[in-house]
Design a protein around this ligand. Structure first.
Ligand code: ADP
Length: 685
């Protein structure tokens, strides 16, 4: 029979599996059992509505793990939905069209160079990298293909619920596979694994050993809802010969089927009986993550409504998080049976990154989406989940700052958008979860970590203070000077740029702390919030910021009054409708000029709004004032030019100063050629 070739990507993945140096080969069993369990789920669901499957009884559904020690063959058998000939071809000849595909592909592409000369001494480093990759792949869930890590040959015999005939798929790896008709009485699938020969490094025979398999099933698949039955050895006493009562008791070894898994879903077990390892494994397997979660929240609620939740906070942004395909939501179970994969109504958008599940005994199995949305119970649960997540995050912020900052780096954006969205509807709920950079070097005193349930607390176990890049509003307010009324902030596209802003320097110089807003949404959030703890937010680039004493104010006012005509002339010469005013300022330390804004739209907001695709935003302009440092030599120069009536020169100076201020703010200038000509003209004078 002619061999068929695997599709290109599948072949790459297979190569990886077959030549795997990955130490965690054991995960193949969990993958196959998960597939079997999914297949049984499918047949069970269909049997609820499909008359053809009315003979499916829940109590008959099971998975068999069959050891053939003598021949070193391991078989995983299920009575699930089975596969037709086409499905065998589609599902096992190519990587399934699951959401994991693109992730797998990246790994495959990245790995191309690594495993070519795997065995040579020089590529030890590449080897390590490759091993890393493999561990990623392994944890991520590679599905069916993983069995090639331990198998020389794999045979799949399957009979679909939709077909009278059974088919056999056989492959010994990268050279392709065959499919032919086969004999099989019952619906379902059998995966028959011929184990690889033992090597010096690897004992493949252990995968037919009873205690090894039992441990693996308990470790990875304990919660599977169908019995996983294995043929186990049992010693039975041999009957003694008559009259020989004192003879040594001898035993026969017989085989007996035993159910290995407890079938209790993880979340239904008592917290104290669950190891951290189990929580982590469950998460990575269930939610296809290759990294451990940052934190988990396991609750059982009894009362008007009884339900359990098991929620996880990922430690990194999922690769598809900002894509259209990403679906937020929690899995919804009715008493251990999955009824919805992504129940969106259970999570607010700003906690959309949380993964997990809710299991309620009071929900009906066949509940529809529309009815769910009306469901009072679901609304109550959603509300509780929201406040639970919030309080857990606050707790994390207070007890494990390092982990929380990791979370914020990944998911700070949805939290900020949450504070801003809906005209700040949720701002009070979220304000204490927000972090910002600041001019203050924030040192967080070491605290004993109370929650032992996060994967990242290794670092914080160092008993020393932690220098943080971030501050909360609360921390800022606690450091405010006694006479300070406002919370100062500056915004630009990066912290480095903010630090270079002339206006920032002088505020910091006067001893005030400045929040550094380096993400485009930041300033909008602050504008929506308006104040924190009664303290208004104030942009250091805004015109109404004034840190002068009364005398200083008075002096400046006088100075501006004296130069009224000078500024009038300068302003008119610019003929720029966005420049509302020109004046002297005290707020600059060494720099000659800056642009400050008046009104609600700051210069930074103007940039953000103009960059948006919405046409309506393109004309939004900040009302700006060109401010000249009164102590800078340029001030005297301007006054002198005006006095000498050197209007032409003064015009040019004004032009250059405005463009300089615009450049500092990161704004485009109207006529760069003119500016460069002017600069050269000054230079060659
Ligand atoms: P994934 O499970 O991530 O989709 P797999 O490579 O593990 O990827 O499996 C590919 C597909 O093969 C599955 O989606 C399923 O449709 C089918 N399949 C695998 N194992 C079984 C089984 N035991 N019974 C029925 N179908 C199966």
């Amino acid at each position: 029979m002619a061999k068929k070739q695997f599709k290109a990507e599948s072949k790459r993945l297979l190569d990886l599996m077959i030549n795997s140096i990955y130490t965690n080969k054991e995960i193949f069993l969990r993958e196959l059992i998960s597939n079997a369990s999914d297949a049984i789920d499918k047949v069970y669901f269909r049997s609820l509505t499909d008359k053809k499957l009315s003979d499916v009884k829940q109590s008959d559904l099971k998975i068999n793990v069959i050891r053939d020690k003598e021949n070193r063959i391991l078989t995983i058998k299920d009575n699930g939905i089975g596969m037709t000939e086409e499905e065998l071809e589609k599902n096992l000849g190519t990587i399934a069209q699951s959401g994991t595909l693109s992730f797998k592909q990246t790994l495959i592409n990245d790995d191309k160079d690594n495993d070519k000369n795997k065995k040579s001494e020089e590529t030890k480093e590449a080897d390590d990298k490759s091993e890393n990759k493999m561990s990623l792949i392994g944890q991520f869930g590679v599905g069916f293909y993983s069995c090639f890590m331990v198998a020389d040959e794999v045979t799949v015999i399957s009979k679909s619920a939709d077909s009278e005939k059974a088919y056999k798929w056989v492959s010994s790896g990268a050279d392709g596979y065959t499919i032919e008709e086969a004999q099989k009485e019952d619906r379902g699938t059998e995966i028959i694994i011929k184990l690889k020969k033992n090597t010096d490094d690897e004992n493949y025979s252990k995968y037919v050993e009873e205690y090894v398999l039992e441990n693996l099933i308990k470790k990875y698949s304990d919660y599977i809802r169908y019995p996983i039955i294995m043929n186990c050895e049992k010693k039975v006493p041999k009957p003694k010969a008559e009259g020989d009562e004192n003879a040594k008791q001898e035993y026969d070894t017989v085989e007996e089927d035993k159910t290995i898994n407890s079938m209790i879903p993880l979340w239904k077990k008592a917290k104290k009986d669950i190891k951290d390892e189990e929580y982590k494994n469950f998460y990575m397997q269930k939610f296809y993550d290759f990294e451990e979660p940052l934190k988990w929240i396991h609750t059982k609620v009894e009362g008007q409504y009884s339900y359990s939740t098991l929620l996880y906070i990922p430690s990194h942004v999922p690769y598809d998080y900002y894509g259209k395909e990403f679906k937020k939501g929690l899995q919804l179970y009715s008493n251990g049976v999955l009824i919805m994969e992504h129940c969106e109504d259970l999570l607010p958008d700003y906690f959309g990154f949380v993964k997990g599940l809710v299991d309620s005994e009071d929900l009906s199995l066949n509940i529809s989406r529309e009815i769910l949305q009306q469901d009072k119970q679901l609304k109550v649960i959603a509300k509780n989940i929201e406040s639970k997540i919030r309080s857990e995050l606050e707790n994390m912020l207070n007890t494990d700052r390092i982990a929380y900052e990791k979370l914020f780096k990944a998911f700070g954006m949805p939290l900020k958008i949450g504070a801003y969205d809906g005209f700040g509807l949720n701002k009070d709920k979220l304000k204490d979860l927000l972090l910002f950079h600041s001019s203050h070097e924030n040192e967080i005193p070491y605290k004993e970590d109370e929650s032992n349930n996060n994967a990242e607390n290794k670092e914080s176990e160092k008993k020393e203070n932690y220098k943080s890049d971030y501050t909360t509003f609360k921390e800022y307010v606690s450091r405010m000077k006694p006479d300070q009324k406002e919370i100062y902030y500056a915004s630009s596209e990066s912290v480095d740029k903010i630090k270079m802003m002339p206006q920032v320097e002088s505020v910091i110089d006067k001893g005030f702390e400045v929040l550094f807003l380096d993400e485009s949404v930041d300033e909008f959030v602050l504008q929506m919030m308006q104040e924190y703890d009664g303290k208004k937010f104030a942009n250091v680039s805004a015109n109404d910021i004034n840190l002068d004493t009364d005398e200083e104010k008075e002096a400046l006012k006088k100075l501006n009054e004296e130069s009224k005509d000078l500024f009038k002339f300068m302003k008119e010469s610019l003929n720029d409708e966005n420049i509302k005013d020109i004046r002297f300022t005290h707020r600059l330390k060494n720099h000659p000029v800056c642009l400050s804004s008046e009104g609600v739209v700051s210069v930074e907001m103007q940039k953000v709004l103009n960059a948006m695709p919405d046409q309506n935003n393109q004309n939004i302009k900040a009302q700006t004032v060109l401010e000249v440092n009164e102590k800078h030599p340029i001030a005297e120069k301007l006054k002198a030019l005006y006095k000498e009536d050197n209007k032409e020169e003064l015009k040019k100076y004004t032009k250059v100063l405005l463009d300089a201020a615009k450049l500092i703010e990161g704004l485009p200038i109207d006529n760069p050629t003119e500016l460069s000509n002017l600069i050269c003209e000054f230079m060659t004078k």
